[in-house]
Every structure is written in C-alpha cells, then in structure tokens.
Design a protein around this ligand. Sequence first.
Ligand code: ZN
Ligand code: ZN
Length: 425
Amino acid sequence: MFRALFASLLIASSAATGVSVDSLPWKERARRGVTPSPEASLRAHVDDWPEEPPSPTNVDRARFEHAIREVCQIKPKAASTLAGHILESTREFGVDPFLVGALAHRMTRCQPDKEDLGGRGLTLLPKEFFHGHLRDGAYRYHVAQRGALVERLLPMPRFRFGPAKLFRQEENVYFTAALLRVLEEQHETLDEIFEQEPHRHYVSHWIWGDKVRGARAEDRVLTDRRRLLEHYGSHRGPRPVRKHGLELGPPLEGSPRVVSSFPGADRDQGLRRHRGIDIESVRGEPVLAIAAGVVTFSGVDYPGRGTARTMPKAKANAVPSRRMGKGGRFVCIRHDVDGPDDYVSCSMHLDRIEVEIGQRVALGERIGTVGRTGMRVSSPHLHLEVIRNGRRIDGSKLLEDFLVRHPPKYVKKRKRPLVASAAAR
Ligand SMILES: [Zn+2]
Ligand SMILES: [Zn+2]
C-alpha cells in the first residue's frame, strides 16, 4: 500500500573515506575469536558526538563568503557568487546556509559540474528525489501527523525543475535548499516508516534516501559545517587542553574528527604494523600543529629504511609522489613541554608542506595540507605519529578531546509500525 517516499540511494562509502580495508590475517584471527582487528573500533557512534554548534541567526554576507572561500578553496569571486546563491535560497526556504555550504564542499569540493553517486551538480542532488513529486511548481510530500500521513505542498516557483539545470549553480542551490526543507519536515516520518541505522541529522537522508544505512556520511557533512562556522567566526572550536605538560589543540579544523585507524593495525597483509593514527580528512585541508614547538623535520620519505630527507619546503613540494616512500611528504615538530618527557609529533602524507626546518610554530598554526603522498591505495587522510622519549605512543589518547575514537556500540533500531492508528485502520 505504501510507496517509497524517495528512491533509496546507495552510496559507495569507501570512495569518500580514508579507511583502509582490514587485511586478511586480522579477519582470520577475528573468526577464531582471538583478537579483534583494531580497525573494527573505527566507527563513531551517534551518541559519541557532542551537540552541533548553532548557526548565527543573522548571517553576515562578508564573513560567510570568507568561510566559503577558506573551506572550498575557491577564488574570491567564485566564493562571493556561491555564498550569495546559498544565502538567498536558504532564506527563502528557512534552511541553514552552513549546511548547504557543507554539502557543496563535501559532495563536490564546491564544483558545480559534477555527476556522481546518482546525484548531479554542486551538491550531487539526487534527481530521483523529484521523480513524480514535483508538479505545477510545487513539491508534494507526506508527513505523519496524528496517526495519518498528510500531504504537504512546498511551492518552488523560482525555477522550473529539470535534471540538466542541476549543473547550474544557482538552480542547484535553490533545489538543494528546498529539498533540505522537505527532509527536515519529513525525516521523523521516514525514520518511523523505514528501518534505520541510528543517525543524528536529517541530512543523512540526502545521502541515503529513505533508509539510512550508516551515520558516517552525515558526520563528514557536519564536520564541514563546523569548519565553515569556525572560519565564519561564530564557533571557536575546542579550547586547548593541558596534558602531560603540553598545551594541546586539534590537528585539523572542525573537531571532533574521526580516527579511522589506530596503532597496531596490520599493513601490507600483516608484514608490518600501523605506527600512528589515521584521521579522516580530505585533500587540501589545513593540518595544524597540535602544540607549539620547533620543526625538526620537513621533507620527504624515500623508499627503503631510514631514507627520509629533510629539505627546504619548495624542494620538498616539488618531489613527485611516485618517487616517495610510505610516509610521503611530512613534518615533525618537537613540542614545548613543561615536564621531563620529550614529545615529537609527525604529520605524514602531506599534499604540501608550509614550514621550514628549525622554524618555531605556535599551537594551531598551519604546517601543511592533507594529501596522499607516499600512499598506494588509500584515499587522502592525515597520518599522525606521536613519539614520547623516542617511542611511538597512541596519539588518539593524547588528543582524545579533539577526536572521536570510541568503539562501536550499534544497536539496530527496530522497525516500528507505520503510525499506531494508521496501522489499525
Ligand atoms: Zn532520519
Ligand atoms: Zn596511517
């Protein structure tokens, strides 16, 4: 009797993650019930996330433009145009402009001509959403109300809908804002009708359609939203934390960030162990100094053991990735510490290095950008090693205030009857 409200969309989640696949030995051991893979703990549960920061009520155009420019890494003129479209359409539909900006960045890095994952344009807007729902300039959708499904209409008069138009930035942003309005109203109904993986935000349905199969995609969009709010200046991000004589801050913007791999995980089919933590991130994101200190290494890892060479950043940035060893381009900092222990952190696989050896860096200062230099198969991410008195330690514990590193505790929500009285009818 009940037709799907939206076409469910499958997303190839591995394409957007920095997660390496478990290697066979771990799977074997897990099957024998000996040791679970450390990678198994990479998924962050919905309850582990703090509440999302609110958006400002009156958004300042210039500051919003600046935030879009910084996060999207586009030219000022392009940022101004995009920010203008976002502000106009989100005002029209009463939607959070920072959410639309985050979708634009997460889906296409703010490029309007993309087509992927069944979606089109800047936000990879799933054109199936509109199939059969948009007639005479109004979108028809259903919301559960007092035990019945009630039809609602949302007029979308400014543009005629057409799949080809989704490649145009202004139209895409307009229909994106409209659909987010619909999803916000409809998401409780969807959650009641379809069995869901636990999720926090209606934006999950943008990615998955009716039935949400995981919360990682929404985490990434909301991370980008926090980055935008930090650049806008209404959200300060986490305060520095004092620990073991160090004053610590986050390694990336938009905290908390997800750790996708811990020290000890197998690499190269069990031939070696992972020596640091991997933090999910996208290429080009700024990498920040986790504490003040002095740069002790800034250069390139070459194939073989003990072959890393420090060099001026201009030279290091010109080395092609294919010539590098596993660490790629990287930076190490010896941190200022008020105590007997010696702490060094190294940020690896950098796309670009922005500091020179011997340079003093402040807590939170940019030292480079996220990349995938030296990697063979993984997608871009930040690999961070923390070394105390010459020995590698689990950096995720030291930086736990800025990371999500809890083991999974998924409880599948049971599918409930549609709506009590509607089911009885
Ligand atoms: Zn939902
Ligand atoms: Zn790593």
